[in-house]
Design a protein around this ligand. Structure first.
Ligand code: WQD
Length: 343
């Protein structure tokens, strides 16, 4: 049975991917430094999967600790690398934190994996943010990579280049970078989901926190864009669909005998939804009237960003299955569950 290392496996997308890996019968080891999550997520994963997933508290910035961990886990067949800081705004205020955390964690990990001198299938958590302001939408993988809009986005661009260059130089490595569009939603059990710390920067957790009364009202950041209703379009993909794309990518790498195989795939629904359309969908599926107002544009936002997913459909044999409405309802169920638990 293939042994898979999941770094950042207690995070939002990592935890959902661990559940899907378990469902497919993979042997899993999670490493996470708990800087942006808690051990409670591990308990929830174990409850969902009715198992006890291996977990090690590891800071991949720590060279010595990473060396020891990999030497003690030298039978790894695949790695899914989520561990990274991911708040765009924070990265602008504190770029060094992002370069140190996101880049050195990756290079330390790769450097130790390289020394195992064995075949490694590596999946990198990348982002549509590498495209910056797109020239064409829907966005294909041929869309030119622009100068990053944020240090966070730059760490994703640099990460992809590091992995590409390593694969080209080392026939033991095969890799896929998955460029996520906008992950939303939660596991159908409502036991794991997005856990924003502090005031949510992303739209959907802000919507659900407004609906449940934690936030007074949502501000829509601009309705004067050249779009269907003036608000920005994004590609909102259910986190479980996104998790399943990692399984398909792993299958692809394990079954692929091409030496030095490296490729990138957009992971989205292929459909653009505006902020105002998303609010309307949320109100429809939950029966909750949302309290919102129109405010100024947010710096750095692009009018439209949604994926052409035909490459992933064809070469990963993967397609999204959940609708935006399904995703919003799962987010709402998760929000209600975590608030009920607090009571
Ligand atoms: C979506 C839309 C906002 C909040 C970011 C990162 C990206 C990825 C996904 C990590 C935009 C509008 C938002 C609010 C609003 N993260 N909005 N009011 O900016 O598309 O992508 O998250 O990989 O890298 O950049 O997502 O959810 O922040 O915003 O009107 O309170 O919702 O203007 O149009 P974004 P988002």
């Amino acid at each position: 049975m293939s042994k898979i290392l999941v770094t950042g496996g207690l995070g939002y997308i990592g935890s959902h991917t661990v559940v899907e890996l378990h469902n497919q019968g993979y042997e899993i080891t999670i490493v996470d430094d708990l800087s942006n999550t808690s051990l409670d997520v591990l308990k929830r994963i174990n409850k969902i999967t009715n198992s006890s997933i291996n977990y090690v508290n590891l800071d991949l910035k720590n060279v010595e600790a990473t060396k020891i961990f990999i030497s003690e886990n030298n039978d790894i067949d695949g790695v899914i690398h989520f561990a990274a800081s991911k708040a765009v705004g924070e990265s602008v205020d504190n770029p060094l934190k992002y370069y140190i955390n996101n880049i050195s964690s990756l290079t330390n990990l790769l450097n130790e994996l390289k020394d195992l001198n064995k075949k490694i299938n590596f999946i990198f958590s990348s982002s549509a943010t590498v495209y910056g302001k797109p020239i064409n939408v829907p966005i294909t993988e041929l869309e030119p990579i622009k100068n990053a809009e944020s240090p966070y986005g730059n760490t994703k661009q640099i990460g992809e280049e590091i992995i590409r260059d390593l694969v080209n130089s080392n026939s033991n490595f095969k890799a896929i970078s998955l460029r996520y569009f906008n992950p939303i939603g939660a596991h159908l059990s409502a036991m794991i989901g997005e856990l924003p710390i502090g005031v949510p920067q992303n739209l959907v957790p802000y919507i659900t926190q407004t609906a449940i009364g934690i936030r007074k009202e949502l501000t829509v950041f601009g309705n004067d864009y050249l779009t269907i209703d003036g608000s920005c379009l994004r590609d909102y993909i259910h986190v479980v669909d996104l998790a399943k794309a990692h399984i398909k990518s792993l299958d692809k790498l394990i079954s692929n005998d091409d030496k030095n195989y490296y490729d990138t795939f957009n992971i989205g629904t292929g459909k653009g939804t505006s902020v105002l359309e998303l609010i309307k969908s949320f109100e429809n599926v939950t029966g909750n009237k949302l309290n919102f107002k129109i405010g100024d544009r947010r710096k750095g936002d692009v009018a439209e960003c949604f994926a052409d997913v035909s490459k992933a459909n064809k070469f990963l044999n993967w397609n999204s299955e959940f609708s935006v409405e399904d995703s919003l309802l799962s987010s709402w169920n998760w929000e209600k569950n975590i608030n009920n638990e607090k009571l």
